[in-house]
Design a protein around this ligand. Structure first.
Ligand SMILES: [Zn+2]
Length: 559
């Protein structure tokens, strides 16, 4: 005869069923490791909108993938490099990407993720806008300027001097981009019920273009000396010389010399910028005014981090603030104004980008550098806030992916040569200029084209070694296109190269499994773990898909 369960036993059964359901439902936010009772390792992933999809089913499938990989925080891009935004904002409607005014990505993702205990952080590229963005069009005066009065859009990148396609906005100017555009956007996101956190990216000055050239806008030219109080605003016409009492001239700094030259306010932008970078605070002393330039920039970024914290916590104290930061806060303070190890008050979770792309050396050396750097990051922040070690999958595969880069580089050279020949032909037609100019150019171009083609073929041979055993058909198609480009006449070459370039992009976008060995990702995660960070954050969902690494991540994060 079966005994009926007592009330107490029934309660226990109920409890077991509930707990079982919770466990089956995925990873609750505050997991604990079974052995130690210590908080479990946190897992996050950076996600671009196309990865999530554009309908409910796709969003659910993406969340399911994250759940299988034990991800607890999805960091979703909502404001990109061109100032474009991915939520149906009324106030910033001009910046909304087409299609996202009717499809509420955040709401769908939040609805799918929350039942699994997965949080959604709204990721913003803070200070960057595109050349044609609505913010820049409405307020060109908000942009950062260099000593020549140009925006970052007038700078070039690399040896080929490619135009830099982004405009960095001045973090300091008030009223300006920070308080009129960025903070109101963040407030709107903080009020969005689907958002669990705000994620800072590009919370800094530009680094890859001319770190010491920004910002010398009118506001900053006035405010850098004011910030450091290099002169008095009251009795501003009175000037004091250094009172030399000590032998070392800089030892007399406290005698109150007027550090700002009397000519400063009337000088040209170029001269004022030159003083701020190369000037001497004590006549005859070392060139040290740039110390105040760097400190001012750090202060502007600090101030923004503080203001976002105040704003977000006022809207909802439960919201988290996370930040993608450079690997070394002491160096990034000097180069990009990002002294992030002093942000414990304003940031809840650090996600430093300790990517291999920021290190020289082999993959094996990277593993050691990743561990050492993560240890130092925890030291710098004094373990004051959770820190998730940021690993970018693509850069782990420098060796495997190099042939793609080399082939693309050769293709670009071929295209440049093509357009320069066209330019020369156009010039000749226009001016009916001396024929030898064109012939000379063609002769050089022919030789350069042959060399670029040789590089292309050599890189392709290297690529074939990895590709052919894994995807023979793809490899064959690619080989045929390379052959076609090689054998094409100069007139046909542009078309042949375009075809090859398109196919190469297809192959890169959908690599066969194993092309990027999954054990490299596992070893990088293990290396970071040896430093005992609070978690791991992966860049990015798109590369996990391209490089077929989701299964490897599921395995690594299951531990
Ligand atoms: Zn400025």
């Amino acid at each position: 005869m079966m005994r009926r369960p007592t009330t107490c036993a029934r309660f226990l059964i109920w409890l077991i069923v509930i707990l079982g359901c919770l466990a089956a439902g995925g990873a609750p936010v505050a997991r604990e490791s079974a052995q130690s009772g210590a908080p479990a390792e946190r897992h996050s992933v950076w996600v671009h909108p196309p990865e999530v999809g554009r309908d409910r089913e796709a969003v659910r499938a993406f969340v399911e993938q994250c759940r299988r990989a034990h991800i607890e925080t999805i960091i979703l891009l909502v404001k990109g490099m061109n100032g474009e935004i991915y939520w149906p904002s009324q106030r910033f409607s001009a910046a909304v990407v087409k299609g996202y005014e009717s499809f509420d990505l955040l709401r769908e993702l939040g609805a799918a993720a929350r039942p699994h205990g997965i949080k959604v952080h709204a990721w913003l590229v803070d200070f960057v806008e595109g050349l044609n963005s609505p913010a820049l069009k409405a307020h060109p005066e908000w942009a950062q300027l260099n000593h020549a009065g140009g925006t970052t859009g007038t700078e070039t990148l690399g040896k080929r001097k490619r135009p830099y396609p982004y405009v960095w906005m001045c973090p300091a100017r008030r009223p300006g981009y920070t308080d009129q555009w960025l903070l109101p956007m963040i407030e709107e996101l903080a009020k969005n019920p689907a958002v669990d956190g705000i994620h800072h990216d590009y919370i800094r000055y530009p680094g890859d273009v001319a770190p010491d050239s920004f910002c010398f806008c009118d506001y900053c030219l006035t405010h850098i000396p004011r910030y450091a109080m290099l002169a008095y605003e009251t009795r501003s016409s009175e000037r004091y010389d250094v009172d030399v009492r000590q032998e070392r001239v800089e030892a007399n700094w406290w005698t109150d010399p007027t550090m700002l030259p009397s000519t400063y306010s009337k000088a040209e932008r170029r001269e004022r910028a030159d003083f701020l970078l190369n000037g001497r605070t004590i006549p005859g002393g070392p060139p040290d005014v740039r110390y105040f330039f760097y400190d001012y920039r750090v202060e502007q970024i600090d101030r923004f981090a503080r203001e976002v914290h105040e704003l977000v916590k006022k809207v909802n104290p439960k919201l988290e603030i996370s930040a993608a930061v450079f690997k070394n806060p002491v160096q990034s303070a000097r180069f990009i104004g990002q002294q992030w190890h002093r942000w414990n008050e304003w940031i809840d979770i650090y996600t430093p980008m300790t990517y291999r792309s920021h290190f020289a050396g082999s993959f094996e050396s990277y593993l050691d550098h990743l561990e050492e750097t993560t240890r130092r990051q925890l030291e710098w922040t004094r373990h004051g806030r959770p820190l998730e070690a940021g690993i970018a999958t693509t850069y782990l595969y420098r060796e495997e992916l190099q042939p793609f880069e080399d082939m693309n580089d050769a293709i670009e050279t071929l295209r440049d040569l093509q357009s320069s020949v066209q330019d020369a032909q156009a010039a000749q037609r226009q001016l009916n200029a001396a024929v030898y100019v064109l012939e000379g150019a063609s002769g050089d171009a022919r030789q350069a084209r042959e060399m670029a083609m040789k590089r292309l073929v050599a890189a392709h041979d290297r690529l074939q070694k990895r590709l052919a055993p894994l995807a023979p058909d793809t490899a064959k198609t690619l080989a045929q296109l390379v052959k076609a480009a090689e054998e094409a006449s100069p007139e046909q070459q542009a078309t042949a190269v375009a075809g090859l370039s398109a196919e190469l992009a297809n192959v890169r976008a959908d690599l066969p499994p194993g092309f990027c060995p999954p054990e490299k990702l596992a070893r990088a995660i293990d290396a970071a773990r040896r430093a005992k960070p609070d978690g791991i954050v992966i860049f990015a969902a798109s590369s996990l898909k391209r490089e077929k690494l989701w299964p490897a991540l599921e395995k690594a994060f299951a531990k």
